[in-house]
Design a protein around this ligand. Sequence first.
Ligand SMILES: [Zn+2]
Ligand SMILES: [Zn+2]
Length: 150
Amino acid sequence: MTYKRLTQTASCQCGQSIFKVDGTPIGRFKCHCTICQTLYKKPYADVVMMWGGAITLPDVQPFTFRKYRPPPALRRSTCDMCGAPVVGFLRLAPFVRLAFVQSANFPDQSVLPPTSVHIFYHSRVKDFEDDLPKVSGYWASELAVTKLLF
Ligand SMILES: [Zn+2]
Ligand SMILES: [Zn+2]
């Protein structure tokens, strides 16, 4: 699946943590994991996945990166002002990184790709009636995301 190129300046909820996005999205999913539920303060995270090179971070960053799980965990950043997630990165290999951006962080969400899968569905706090695949379990969920790359 090839999607439309995204060129937008994305930001956190309060607008203080901004970053540039310029690239073709790989896919979009809803993550029901407990880390997302805590960080996003929502039942799930609606996330667009891109190649890391599509993201340009500012020189001065009012946001902080942390890992919430041992490797190969995502490095996720949250805004120092509002505490909301900014952008996350996952290193697949040297020089190969994936980036994860919450859909709500894009000013124009009408051009984002459609959601293709629910992951970590076992820890959902809310059922979905849509006809998208619903994947439970840690490794099955990681695999479902990896499949979006191909
Ligand atoms: Zn903020
Ligand atoms: Zn998650």
